[in-house]
Design a protein around this ligand. Structure first.
Ligand code: ACO
Length: 325
């Protein structure tokens, strides 16, 4: 049966200019390049300049995605920005980006699902487009996690980085089969029982402060590898596709060991896994669109390829989306 699909029309990303390597961190805290690489695969990360709020990163990523799509802001009627590091408590970073793009039409809102934010945002935009209410969505993941880190806590601050990525999703009629281009299926989950495993210890409604990131690293590792498999299996089942048919697996880039262990558990061949955590660190909601952009620009992801995105993040939240590029 024919149905509206959300097709990826363009992609772009932006990384702040300043690169901080593990060797730079060695100079200011009790850590080592070897420890960080062995435990996480991270070699370096980008850190936003003082005058670069999250929206500034998001605007540049959005402009790059629009240019790639051959579109202008006038063609967009929906902006969803996935972020846990908004410029302000309100207005939303999405409206800041809307303003920065010179847009005053359409709708813009933020979506907060921490590291799963981009997957949630893709799923949400897809449902808006499939309903017929909107035609073209800018889906953005933008973060400045450097601002919510405790730089005296070596167990967390070495893991994260700043950046933004964006895609343009466009509504188009498909046949309703897994051969269609576009978002074929998405599966979202959360379980608030784990809310204290990974959290920020402040907020406007509790401490009236921003707070800093806290994490029980070992538990997060265990859950990250154990939990995400259900939503990936659900995506294959819902579309009648298999890990063998998958061309690219683009997971949230938190930690190389989590990524490789998850891929192995899911039966996905290592050569199909896109890894950028070595160069970006964990950029939370920005990590998947940043990784997708790298793999598109270097020629790996091509039109028609079957691409699985998946993530797990604070909450816990987790989710997957299967996209025919
Ligand atoms: N440099 C050097 N030594 C360190 C550092 C550091 N940056 N951080 C911790 N250590 C030390 C610890 O103090 C400890 O020393 P001790 O044995 O003398 O007490 C030792 O290293 C081992 O510490 P553990 O916490 O047990 O190290 P572990 O092997 O569990 O690795 C890590 C820690 C990397 C955080 C791991 O648990 C992990 O990868 N967890 C997943 C967390 C993650 O990726 N979160 C991202 C956010 S969640 C998401 O996006 C899905």
């Amino acid at each position: 049966m024919k149905r509206i699909r959300s097709i990826v029309r363009g992609i772009g990303s932006y990384l702040p200019e300043r690169v901080v390597t593990n060797y730079d961190l060695e100079k200011v805290m009790d850590t080592s390049h070897d420890w960080i690489v062995q435990r996480t695969g991270i070699e370096e990360r980008h850190i936003a300049a003082d005058d670069e709020p999250t929206s500034a990163l998001g605007i540049k990523a959005a402009q790059a995605a629009l240019a790639d799509a051959g579109l202008t802001p006038a063609d967009i009627d929906l902006i969803i920005c996935a972020t846990s590091t908004p410029d302000y408590t309100f207005p939303s970073t999405a409206t800041q980006i809307q303003f920065g793009l010179g847009m005053s039409h359409g709708a813009a809102f933020d979506l907060q699902a921490v590291c799963t934010g981009f997957v949630y945002a893709v799923a949400t935009a897809d449902k808006f487009l499939a309903s017929g209410s909107h035609k073209r969505a800018l889906v953005i993941g933008a973060e400045t996690f450097s601002r919510i880190l405790d730089w005296n806590d070596r167990t967390t601050c070495v893991l994260f980085g700043d950046g933004a990525g964006a895609i343009v999703l466009e509504a188009a009629e498909g046949e309703g089969t897994s051969a269609d281009r576009g978002v074929l299926t998405s599966h979202l989950r959360s379980d608030g029982r784990y809310r204290d495993k990974l959290y920020v210890d402040g907020g406007p409604g509790s401490t009236k402060t921003t707070g800093v990131l806290k994490m029980e690293g070992r538990d997060v590792f265990r859950f990250a590898v154990g939990m995400v498999t259900d939503v990936v299996a659900d995506a294959f089942k819902a579309t009648g596709t298999t890990p063998e048919e998958l061309k690219w697996f683009v997971p949230h880039q938190a930690n190389k060991r989590i990524i490789t262990a998850s891929a192995e558990k899911l039966g996905i061949a290592p050569e199909k896994v896109v890894i950028t955590v070595n160069k970006h660190g964990n950029t939370s909601a920005a990590s998947i669109p940043l990784a997708l952009d790298v793999a598109c620009k270097d020629g790996r992801i091509k039109k028609g390829d079957l691409v699985m995105i998946e993530a797990i993040g604070g909450g816990f939240t987790w989710g997957s989306a299967l996209i025919r590029w």
